[in-house]
Design a protein around this ligand. Structure first.
Ligand code: PGA
Length: 242
């Protein structure tokens, strides 16, 4: 059976104090959460240490938002898998469209980061997805297949999560229709050697659309930006109705 993984992506939001306030509201709501749902919070680097302590013994796994491919070195502004693993990080987002768009991330660097994450026992969440322009030009499938082909060279598919995030749906409130997300995720699965890789949908996931998204047969979870910043909203998302 494929695993369900619901991950919050806090992006560059929340100080340490704010992260603790969030947990005060959020952790008690997990008492209702079915244990087979993996809940992950991918937080800014400065929140990792404190959350590693606060989440100890809870159902929530800790995630980072990037990892460099070297173990250490002269790479100003980067962080290594060794450093993340040491403080109890379990997941790491790789190739988010904001990294690709604003920070020059390519399929080649994505591939290097994926392999580095796995080397340190972290589970990468590989993000793929098309722009509005690419969708309108009927390039969605070919673009995503290309991202997977190059990104997944020599990557172990037994320790991997993929997130389908259409860029036009991120932070816009313009969710991809659940059935269409399900269809594209089916295409993604057809490209994998391991059919059990959990594949999430991401892009304006909210309390009012999560039930429909999770009712789709190919969708194994969600990568949630804006709605993961509010404890009540993220609680409703992880406790989606079946
Ligand atoms: P959003 O972000 O839920 O705010 O659209 C999703 C993401 O960027 O991972």
């Amino acid at each position: 059976m494929r695993k369900i993984v619901i991950a919050g992506n806090w992006k560059m939001f929340k100080t340490q104090a704010e992260s603790q306030d969030f947990l005060t509201g959020f952790l008690p709501t997990l008492e209702e959460t079915p244990p087979e749902r993996e809940v992950v919070l991918c937080v800014p680097y400065t929140d990792l240490s404190i959350l590693s302590k606060s989440l100890h013994g809870s159902l929530v796994q800790l995630g980072a938002q990037n990892v460099h491919w070297a173990e250490s070195g002269a790479y100003t502004g980067e962080i290594s898998g060794l450093m993340l693993e040491e403080i109890g990080v379990r997941y790491v987002i790789i190739g988010h469209s904001e990294r690709r768009q604003f920070f020059g991330e390519t399929d080649e660097t994505v591939n290097l980061r994926l392999k580095a994450a796995q080397k340190y026992g972290l589970t990468p969440i590989l993000c793929v997805g098309e722009t509005k322009q690419q969708r309108d030009a009927q390039e969605t499938e070919s673009l995503i297949i290309g991202q997977l082909k190059q990104g997944l060279v020599d990557v172990d598919q037994t320790n991997l999560v993929i997130a389908y995030e259409p860029i036009w749906a991120i932070g816009t409130g313009d969710t991809c229709e659940a059935k269409e997300a399900n269809r594209v995720i089916g295409v993604i699965r057809s490209q994998l050697t391991n059919p059990d890789v959990p594949i999430q949908y991401g892009g304006s996931v909210k309390p009012n659309n999560i039930d429909e998204i999770m009712a789709q047969p190919e969708i194994d979870g969600a990568l949630v930006g804006g709605a993961s910043l509010e404890a009540a909203d993220f609680a409703r998302i992880v406790n989606y109705l079946q």
